[in-house]
Structures are given as C-alpha cells and as structure tokens.
Design a protein around this ligand. Structure first.
Ligand code: C5J
Length: 228
C-alpha cells in the first residue's frame, strides 16, 4: 500500500488512501436546493444551500480525476408512499406535503424532476446512486454492503443538510466503523448556527464522529498525491 494522503483537518490530520475512500454526496437534489421543492415547502431559504454547489463541483471533478469511488444519495419515497412512515408524512405544517404536486413534480417522490440531483452535480456513468427513505444513508439501503464490496473504509462526506442527513449519515457511518471527513464548505444548512454547531459537534472530543476540513485542504492533499 502507498503512503496515505494527509488532509489538514480538525481535530487533527485525516489520513486516507484514495483506493479505499469514497466521496459521498448527500441529497444534492432539486427538492432541497432549488425553489419550489421540499426544502422551500418547510419555509426555508434555499439560496443558503446553493452556495455549496461550486466548491462541491470542484471536489467532484478532482475526486473523479483521482479515480476514487463517488456515491450519490437521494432522499425520497415510492410513488405510493408505502415507504414513508405517517410520522414523517404528517409532521409539521408545510405548504405542501411529501407526495403533493409541486412546481417540480410530486414532492420528494422517486422519478420526479424535483427528486433528482442538480445538473451541476449529476452522477456520471457508473457512479452509484443510493435512494434512501430516511435521513441516514445506511437506513433501509445497501450502502454498507456496496462499500464493503468496494473495500472502502473511509468516507469524504458532502451535501445537505449539515445537521439532518449529513449528521445522521456520519453518525451511522461512524457506528459501522467508517472514518469520515466532512468538508465544511461542501455541506450546507438553512440555518447558519446549525452549520457552525453541526460541524463543531463532529470534530469535538477528539473527533467523536469524525474530522472536518475545508475543500481547499482536501484538494491540496489530492494534488500532492498526484505529484508523487
Ligand atoms: C432534510 C436532508 N433536511 N437531506 N433532509 O430533511 O437533510
């Protein structure tokens, strides 16, 4: 095995071997990032999430160039809603509920335009897409098996939202033995304080859930690797 690449990170440097590491892009779907989708029906300002797209695009390009595994997730439900618990369906007072017709199709329903990933980050041929009914990417999906099949033990985690699907997935991954690096400018929240505290919670206590670094530090490590 070659020497691992080192990323300057909190709480200390994150070491990874690109051959055993995947970039995980969580729920960069129109339903969360663009107006007229699930995020907006909950009363959120979606422009805050759009900031994530340019740095994440750079990370995606460099990760593909490095030949690493790239995995995309999408949160959503079957058209008959049989995989959507009533607790999720009936929660709160959104302007439209999951399954209702919105400007981008039925809200958070698989196969609808709004459910798909934004154009800038569209999956390339051969990249795995995990459709998940929950907030965590491991719940009711094949993600753990797919990662084991690829001999992947480390995850570079990006996407939205920081305190919901990113956090849930990092916690699930951590409990399954994965070492997660979260890229601070490639994850986004509708709430500035949740973004700040969500990131702090991951790296606190010696990295209780994982590591946090900027995309610049991750890209620098990949560049160093390609010059070896
Ligand atoms: C939410 C997500 N926020 N992808 N989903 O409901 O974080």
């Amino acid at each position: 095995m070659s020497d691992p690449l080192l990323v300057e990170a909190e709480p200390y440097a994150y070491a990874f071997d690109p051959a055993h590491t995947a970039l995980l892009i969580i729920d960069m779907q129109r339903d969360f990032v663009e107006p007229g989708g699930f995020g907006e029906t909950l009363g959120n300002d979606v422009s805050l999430l759009q900031r994530v797209v340019p740095p994440l695009r750079d990370v995606l390009d460099a990760t593909r160039l490095a030949g690493m595994t790239v995995i995309h997730t999408r949160e959503g439900h079957l058209p008959d809603l049989s995989d959507c618990p009533p607790a999720k369906l009936n929660r709160g007072t959104p302007s439209l509920r999951i399954g209702d017709q919105g400007p981008k199709g039925r809200i958070l329903i698989r196969g609808e335009y709004g459910h798909d990933i934004v154009d800038e980050l569209a999956p390339a041929e051969g990249e795995l897409i995990i459709d998940k009914p929950g907030k965590g990417a491991f719940y009711a999906t094949d993600l753990h098996r797919e990662l084991r099949d690829r001999d992947v033990h480390r995850l570079v985690v990006t996407g939205v939202t920081t305190e919901v699907c990113v956090h849930t997935t990092v916690r699930e991954a951590n409990d399954r033995g994965y070492e997660c690096l979260v890229l601070s400018d490639c994850v986004g929240s509708y709430f500035a304080e949740f973004q700040r505290h969500g990131l702090a919670m991951i790296a606190a206590q010696g990295g209780i859930f994982g590591w946090v670094a900027s995309s610049g530090h991750y890209l620098k490590a990949l560049e160093t690797g390609s010059r070896r």
